[in-house]
Design a protein around this ligand. Structure first.
Ligand code: GDG
Length: 470
């Protein structure tokens, strides 16, 4: 096999202990790179003015910083503030993110953001091109970098290039609201393998290809459009199950869980953990919790709901508005229902270590994962893996999370229906041990089957065995 080259917007060189706090993508990618050796290329996370694209002084941006740790080589570029604003804070997070999550009402279509998005993708391609060897296999990740293969091809790159979209691909009727839908679809067709999280995403992409591009798609995953042939399939991302299970019983997890238990006076713990993002359904979840306390007064004083939401994308105004809304609702809920010795909701706007989170999951009775739309949702998978099989918690899961297609042991809900969500929470809290164990076993089987290694191996196997078709 040729060398593996992974490209993602953010690259976080991880060594030793830090690996324990890294998310799914970083863990999966790093495991692949460590096995075989390879290059991980992307943005360093640094913003500075020497990195301006499109400058007129003839001096392009500096070349990437390249260094090696063990078998992994890193290639990092910085972004200028203007590029960061247009590419990342603008087009990626205020156009594509809301649109692909069905939030047309929150999507802004600024032409200068789009121009910057293209320019930054071109910059990524120009910086990567000299580092590529002819038989390298290139795996590009997520909505920030859709045009990258097309840009690499323009620079003469003939390598096999695959793309994985971590977020949903929307229904064609939504996708065509993007003024540049055709250009980005053409960019997607420049890949050799196109991976989505679920069969629904694949179906919607194929529908778009047939309806708007006059292309064809067969049931085996072969798509012909705009003069190219590519392979399109679902590759559901997973987690490193052993790693999560180890974290859930680590000394740190036990210490944190014991502290939490001590503060709970034998009440049942309900848990939610999500980035503070409007796609995660946090507002609806809080409303449902209020209904639970209203409709089932016998549960008052018996439960504590802990919602951990680390700050996210705070430079984007919609996220600040969400934060205010959540703060208002939390204050209202606790104001109405708290008693001198009981506070129903603990809303925590900071992040915890992954070990602590897994420890909390393990002692909770109910895990609420109720996004309004989500590519996969790793929190749901981690929740399942972190449980104690003798006394597992119940997962309440949105039908709009990609992983709902695998986790048939969860209590699946429509998160917009807050009354039903409240009733389902009630049912989950009352569930017998037998049923909890039975549901957990079924979920655990699926989580193991679709783990992070399976995801990576299936995608790369497809990319490797492909005959390059220009
Ligand atoms: C995108 C797609 C897709 C959360 N709070 C803390 C913390 N986390 C960790 C979780 C989990 C990860 O962050 C979040 O992953 P999700 O999958 O739930 O959500 P997104 O960030 O939106 O991810 C999603 C994913 O890409 C992968 O393809 O599943 O659909 O939207 O691992 O545990 N980690 C730490 N502290 C926290 O407070 N350390």
């Amino acid at each position: 096999m040729g060398r593996l080259v992974v490209v993602s917007n953010r690259v976080t060189p991880i060594t030793g202990r830090q690996a324990a706090s890294a998310g799914g993508l970083a863990v999966g990618v790093l495991a692949a790179l460590r096995d075989t050796g390879g290059l991980w290329f992307g943005w360093s996370g640094e913003v500075n003015e020497t990195s301006r694209t499109g400058g007129r002084d003839g001096n392009g941006p500096p070349p990437p910083r390249v260094f090696r740790t063990g078998k992994v080589t890193y290639g990092l570029i910085d972004l200028s503030d203007a590029d960061y604003q247009g590419f990342y804070a603008g087009f990626a997070n205020r156009t594509l993110w809301p649109l692909f999550h069905y939030r047309l009402d929150l999507a802004s279509f600024e032409h200068h953001w789009y121009a910057t998005y293209r320019r930054v993708n071109q910059r990524f391609a120009e910086a990567l091109r000299p580092l590529l060897k002819p038989d390298d296999i290139v795996w590009i990740h997520d909505y920030h970098l859709i045009p990258m293969a097309a840009e690499l091809r323009r620079l003469g790159c003939e390598n096999r290039i695959g793309f994985f979209l971590h977020i949903p691909f929307p229904a064609p009727e939504i996708y065509v609201s993007l003024p540049w839908h055709r250009q980005l679809a053409a960019d997607l067709c420049a890949y050799d393998v196109l991976g989505f999280q679920t069969g629904t995403d694949v179906h919607q992409f194929k529908q778009y290809v047939e309806l708007e591009l006059n292309g064809t798609a067969d049931w085996k995953g072969s798509v012909n459009a705009l003069g190219r042939q590519l392979h399109v399939d679902a590759y559901p991302i997973g987690i490193d199950v052993d790693d999560v299970q180890g974290m859930a019983v680590s000394a740190e997890a036990k210490r944190q869980a014991a502290r939490l238990s001590a503060s709970m006076a034998n009440r049942q713990l309900i848990m939610g953990v999500d980035r503070l993002d409007y796609t995660k359904g946090i507002v609806e979840r809080l409303r449902a919790f209020e209904l639970l306390l209203q409709d089932y007064p016998n549960l008052r004083r018996q439960v504590t709901f802990m919602q951990i939401s680390a700050p996210s994308r705070e430079q984007v105004p919609e996220y600040l508005e969400l934060r205010e809304q959540v703060e208002l609702l939390s204050g209202h809920l606790n104001g109405v229902y708290s008693e001198a010795d009981w506070v129903p909701l603990r809303y925590i706007n900071r992040s915890y270590t992954r070990r602590s989170l897994m420890g909390f999951f393990r002692i909770s009775r109910l895990g609420l994962v109720t996004p309004l739309r989500d590519g996969m949702n790793l929190v749901a998978l981690e929740y399942v893996a972190a449980q104690d099989e003798q006394d597992p918690g119940v997962l309440v899961l949105s039908r709009f999370a990609g992983c709902a297609q695998q986790l048939d042991g969860a209590l699946v809900v429509n998160p917009y229906d807050v009354h039903h969500l409240a009733d389902t929470m009630h049912a989950g809290l009352a569930m017998t041990l037998d049923e909890r164990q039975d549901r957990w076993r079924r979920m655990m089987q699926a989580v193991r089957h679709h783990d992070i290694i399976a995801w990576r191996d299936r995608f790369l196997a497809r990319l490797e065995k492909l005959e390059r078709v220009a």
